[in-house]
Design a protein around this ligand. Structure first.
Ligand code: ARG
Length: 591
């Protein structure tokens, strides 16, 4: 907290607020000054426009009185009355340079910790055991990781939860199959493929077991009985189950490491975690009267949630055969997170198609009194990844796309793209940079589209050096870094800013934009929309390019001018690096 730097926008808002308190009648004096960035000045205040009616005055007259008061309270602020009643506001050159200096000398660029005290579960990834991670797990993993990093950076205590699908009827089938086919190969070391191929062995087992299940009714019966044995806690069955889970988790971890995603074993809290509590959860749903028995099943009904035929759609807490499923597990999960983890915010980064499920879970948990008003539970939905045909992404044969293959391809394309340019990377460096660029490209393409929209997975476009891509931003970062490296005498560790120096319009634009970093992060923390940070970083890169074209750094006309421009380069580099880092995107030093 100590080192938080107030932004120029906030300082301007404070200044106008003070003037308003002087100039306006008491009942309007505390209104929001409505400060925005402006095309005609640095900022504009729109308050007079919205208050005029209540004040019984013309907006322009009202704006005029605020302007007069501003002249007294903030003589440094340039004020101009514009249009029907806007105030155009400009800060001085000196204020801009002082702000650059303040950000550079502050810890973390003066970004504060507005999320302090927020204990937040971010639930993401949550793949299903014994199946390979596929393209459907890409978005939850990437978006969830970016949100977790960002909230943590802003001071939240983030508890990552990987709600693995590790419990369910498929295990009866798998375990029974293994029992009857002791020679089945399903472990990574059974296959020749490398580390990341591990789940494909398991995936193969899944397909074989499934085929037998579908073809042989007697096997299917034995498999079903095996589920009951598993759920009853039979030790021999559990021990095979544990092996399956461990083998799967190894393959997931390999993908997380490859992706640079901050999930590890300690974040795993799969569905099985809640198995011991399902009975008591159902009992409470029933005894509280929140649930009712309908056709033998324990159901919760909701106002306004009906099927296409108008009949109510229930949340099934206990099936008529006494079995427990996905829904009751989520009830136990929410209870655990509120009661035991004691969080005040829970974010579920899950496919938009599960919206109804979460509406029902949250509503039920509120009716049960488990989810209280001081706890926010939010489904953070996202759209589908599409193939070039505009349909959900599939292999040519119509199967699910293995995530590893997708990532490998992106890294390959990124390597090819980097090799089309003259570079001085050694083969090992090229290897590293290609991975950083390829993975960064996939993440950025995902994060930069509005979260709830579908997007088309297009590897060629995502690894391009031009346009709004991760590679473009990484490259912009390397360009700034290379300027700093080329400084005579090496890169300085101190950047003495000459606050009396002249200020070119492109320097002003860059400095003001860099100053918006903290506000952008706060906005993402509230809206949970990482594409806003992507858009911001893209604008910052473009502002840097315009600055660099207009204002030579290395060949600046004087040492003072150069020092100031170096400071701007440094501010840009750190902001870009930090911003990309929060998106989970690495920043190579050269590429
Ligand atoms: N394992 C599920 C799937 O792959 C996602 C889990 C979502 N989280 C939850 N709490 N229900 O579809």
């Amino acid at each position: 907290m100590a080192d938080e730097v107030r932004s120029l926008e906030e300082a301007t808002r404070d200044a106008v607020a003070e003037a308003m308190r002087r100039a306006l009648p008491a009942e309007l004096a505390d209104a929001d000054p409505l400060i925005r960035r402006s095309d005609h000045a640095d900022f504009q205040a729109n308050a007079a426009m919205s208050l005029a009616k209540r004040a019984g005055a013309k907006p322009r007259d009202l704006a005029g009185s605020i302007a007069t008061a501003l002249g007294e309270t903030s003589p440094d602020l340039g004020v101009e009355l514009a249009g029907p009643g806007f105030l155009n506001l400009s800060v001085t050159d000196e204020t801009v340079w002082s702000q650059v200096a303040a950000r550079l000398s502050a810890d973390r660029l003066g970004v504060g910790t507005p999320q302090l005290g927020q204990r937040t579960v971010v639930e993401y990834s949550s793949p299903n055991i014994a199946k390979e991670m596929h393209v459907g797990h890409l978005r939850t993993t990437i978006i969830g990781d970016a949100l977790a990093r960002l909230l943590e950076y802003l001071g939240a205590e983030v508890i990552r939860q990987n709600h693995l699908g590790d419990w369910g009827t498929q295990f009866g089938m798998l375990i029974q199959y293994l029992d009857e086919h002791p020679d089945a190969k399903w472990r990574a070391e059974d296959l020749e493929e490398g580390d990341l191929g591990t789940a494909s062995a398991l995936d193969g087992l899944y397909k074989l077991a499934r085929a037998e299940f579908d073809a042989d009714a007697e096997f299917a019966d034995r498999a079903r009985r095996r589920v009951v044995t598993l759920q009853a806690g039979d030790e021999a069955t559990l021990s095979v189950w544990r092996e399956l889970v461990a083998e799967s988790e190894k393959s997931f971890q390999a993908i997380y490491d490859y992706l640079g995603v901050s999930l590890s074993a300690e974040n795993s809290a799969g569905e099985s975690t809640y198995n011991p509590y399902l009975g008591e959860v159902a009992a409470e749903v029933e005894s509280s009267g929140v649930g009712v028995i309908s056709d033998g099943a324990l159901c919760v009904f909701f106002e306004g949630i009906n099927g296409p035929d108008g009949s109510p759609v229930p949340l099934i807490v206990r099936k008529s055969d006494g079995g427990y499923g996905y829904a009751v597990t989520d009830l136990a999960t929410i209870r655990y997170r509120v009661r035991d983890l004691k969080v005040n915010r829970i974010l579920y980064v899950v496919d938009a198609r599960q919206s109804l499920h979460f509406r029902m879970i949250f509503d039920t948990a509120r009716r049960l009194g488990w989810l209280t008003d001081d706890v926010e539970a939010t489904h953070v939905p996202f759209g589908t990844v599409l193939g070039s045909d505009g349909r959900p992404f599939k292999t040519r044969a119509g199967g699910t796309v293995r995530l590893v293959e997708l990532l490998d391809e992106a890294v390959e394309r990124a390597r090819a793209e980097i090799e089309t340019k003259p570079h001085t990377l050694s083969p090992e460096e090229l290897e590293t940079v290609a991975r950083q660029a390829g993975i960064g490209a996939v993440k950025y393409a995902d994060l930069s589209t509005s979260r709830t929209k579908d997007y088309t997975f297009d590897t060629d476009r995502m690894v391009s050096f031009s346009g709004n891509t991760g590679v473009y931003l990484q490259y912009a970062h390397t360009r700034v870094r290379s300027i700093l490296r080329k400084l005579p005498g090496g890169e300085p560790t101190e950047f003495p800013v000459n606050t009396g120096g002249a200020l070119h319009p492109s320097e002003r634009a860059l400095a003001l934009l860099a100053d918006e970093f903290a506000a952008t992060l706060t906005e993402v923390a509230t809206t949970l929309e990482p594409h806003r940070l992507c858009g911001y970083l893209f604008s910052l890169s473009k502002a840097f390019t315009e600055f660099y074209e207009a204002c030579p750094v290395l060949t600046a006309e004087s040492d003072e001018v150069r020092a100031n421009r170096v400071a701007l380069c440094q501010l840009t580099a750190v902001t870009l690096g930090q911003g990309l880092g929060l998106l989970g995107i690495e920043t190579p030093e050269r590429m």
